[in-house]
Design a protein around this ligand. Sequence first.
Ligand code: HEM
Length: 382
Amino acid sequence: MGTTHGPHRVALWAGAITVGAAAALTATAPALAAPVQVAGGSLDWGFKASFRTYVSTGNGNPPIATKDGATRNSDGTFDFPVTSGTFDAAAGTAEVKYGGTVVFSYPAHLFEITVANPTLVVDGDGTGSLKADVDLEANNGTTDQHLDQAEIATLVTTAPTVDGSSISFSNLAATLTASGASAFAGFYTAGTALDPVTASASASATDPTDPTDPTDPDPTGPGTGSASQTIKAAVTGGALTLTSSGSQVALSAATPGQTATGNLNAVTVSDLRGTNSGWDLVGQVTDFTSAAGGSIPANNLGWTPSASVATSSLQSAAGVRNAVTPGSPAAPGSGLGGSKTLCKAETGSSLGSSTCGAALELGVPESSAAGEYSAVLTLTLA
Ligand code: HEM
């Protein structure tokens, strides 16, 4: 990697931020109201791109192999076919087992690591986990460790996409747990960001209407001929959702010692749960890294949050308050390396939709190498 100091023209700096939006969820899907058995689907995961790169350059024969049903995707990630499980689209929960084994071997570094049989657990509150069997055999037989369906990663889960009798999750942010880290002999620590997880599951059969169920509508029922009509509307709790108006942010160019600026894509929080129980939207960014190996610590990204209630032409009942407050500004240097509030609504004033955004400032240390840097900002709604 080279630096561009001296009397050169201004070095071109670009910061790109990818925004991963994540939300607690209660998706409604009437046809899949109860937990259903899973019959099909697959889980796509690369474990960690930098680990694949590291192992691929080694002397394994082959360095990375798949078996027991797992296959390699063209982008280098892995596909694990479904074996069993259940999901409840209405509750937004799932526990789905996938099968297959990936073997990473690096004889010159004295290790072979297998990652097998991942299980996706989605708790329905915006969190989840990935369990797997992970074996480490290293140092000529002196290290031999086996994890059996251990929780190796925590997940930030989004609402599933429901398509008929199938659900899918796309690019769930994954973070290595302490037990997952234990399989990598100290080369990774708990909290290390892993590749995002994409998974699908389809139901074995659905039975949306039951002819013997008295609550199912009867299309042949007689009319009453009444002269007056009472109109009833059941307002059922919907979802607490987060949508982002974009997934990429390009910051302005800057030279070392300067600040690159830009704006977060606006995100909309819709609290349609009807419970008025409040929510908190927090953000945290990874370190910025460049292809040449440069790094700008996450804390150098500061923001000034903004928030407003989304207006509607409908009238709210008297006394109902919907208020959203922006989080405190965080300056570059003491910014988003840790989780910070972008915006929040207190209990008692969280009915409806709000829009949140932020002005971003990336302080580029004078010691930085030139290059195109990027980081992932994850927003989590709870
Ligand atoms: C238990 C045995 C070992 C395990 C589990 C292991 C695992 C790892 C992991 C997870 C990384 C980080 C890859 C990344 O995400 O960038 C790494 C990097 C590295 N390991 Fe190992 N390793 C082992 C043994 C060794 C040995 C014996 C050597 C030296 C002979 C070695 C040399 C390196 C080097 C040089 C890097 C940095 C590679 C790079 O940044 O491109 N490792 N190792």
